[in-house]
Design a protein around this ligand. Sequence first.
Ligand code: GLN
Length: 484
Amino acid sequence: MYSVKEIKKGLEEKKFSTVEIVKEYLEKIKKEDKKIKAFITLREDEAIKEAIEVDKKIASGQELRLLEGLPVGLKDNIATKGLKTTCSSKILEDFIPPYDASATIKVREKGGIVIGKLNMDEFAMGSSTENSAFFDTKNPWDLSRVPGGSSGGSAAAVSAGFAPITYGSDTGGSVRIPASFCGVVGLKPTYGLVSRYGLIALASSLDQIGPFGKSVEDCIYGLEGVQGFDKKDSTSKDVKLPDYFEEIKKGIKGLKVGVPEEFFGQGIDKEIKKKIEDNIKILEKLGAHIERFSLPITDTGLSAYYIISSAEASSNLGRYDGVRYGIRAEDYSSFEELIVKSRTEGFGEEVKRRIMLGTYALSSGYYDAYYKKAMIFRKKVEKLFDDAFDKYDVVVSPTLPILPFKLGEKINNPMEMYLSDTFTVNINLAGVPAISVPAGFSKEGLPIGMQFIGDKFSEDILFRFAYALEQELKLDLDPWKEGR
Ligand code: GLN
């Protein structure tokens, strides 16, 4: 389909109208999403109405805003006023928010046209989108494989050409993991750069909304569409926002890259390791200085992440009780039974597992042994990243240690599923940004992602590296291409 720039240019030069573009994407989705199943809800009539308004603006010669006329997809945990927002959970199956998330408002204010809501793991818990209560999303590169998760619908939609920009959320890797598996660019911004207001919480101290695009430039448009201070989110930061498009022109000459040896050790797929090492050589050729160092956080970080995120989730999900939010069980004889039954019927297995784990870790008898220890380790992770960024402009790693796996392969083994997140979770614990960029393909033709991690609010540097690599690799990222 089209890049963001192609759509913007086409609209400005009146090569096509907004209505034509929006209809083209909607038609494609209706025809081809039967195979992929990225969308939970399509927003057709309203999207076309909005497109008509944009066309009127164009006809009257008004200047177009950043995302004007662009079809945008949102993960189904980002609140949309009047449009179903399910979190891929039975408990919110019929939930129609009375308000928009701040990110939704920003996208709309910049002229973006929301065309639908995208499938995900229930309450964003998972790495494969198989925890959706509704259906599995397929990887466009191989329909027998998972798209990654939890924002699998958002990544698959961009990969399949259903929208030029989509948004997901990343608590422990949920933007970067599916970006890597689907061969698209995905950014987890610095904690506080994008408002969380109206993002249905998984773990509030870790959650960030992040954009997906087919290219680094599209991903920049995506970030510019939602970033910036919001007084409705007390963790939102008021920082100066760089001009990323200017920044990426600077290249990476003279910048310092740290390569953490723990991210290349045991358990990593050989093809992935080789591809990332090859790409590191490319960075060197482009003038970056490479240095190997030790960042001993991978294993303990994973445990700390699952304790902290489950603890926060157990508290955040307390509101779904069939009274304040959520479907209500039909048969009950007491108030307590109403709550127990509603939650039993409404939540899936993984959600229940995390609520149990989180409640246990926070209980008075075990708090010191688990939650407190995890929080101490979280401080250590922050410190280690701080030290790393005193020396390096970025740290690089594979996004995941494994290739996209088969549907059903890990769903009955939660521990194995959790291991997919080994390289992504520490970034959220530290609150720093990271981007996943397509790094190449395995012999079987499955996408491999490379992760660039930066200091807080160094998205400009991440984009510089991602763009430099993209321009060198010139990968063909169309999974639908004839002969594939
Ligand atoms: N896979 C991780 C988890 O299941 C990440 C989730 C996320 O980032 N939302 O918790």
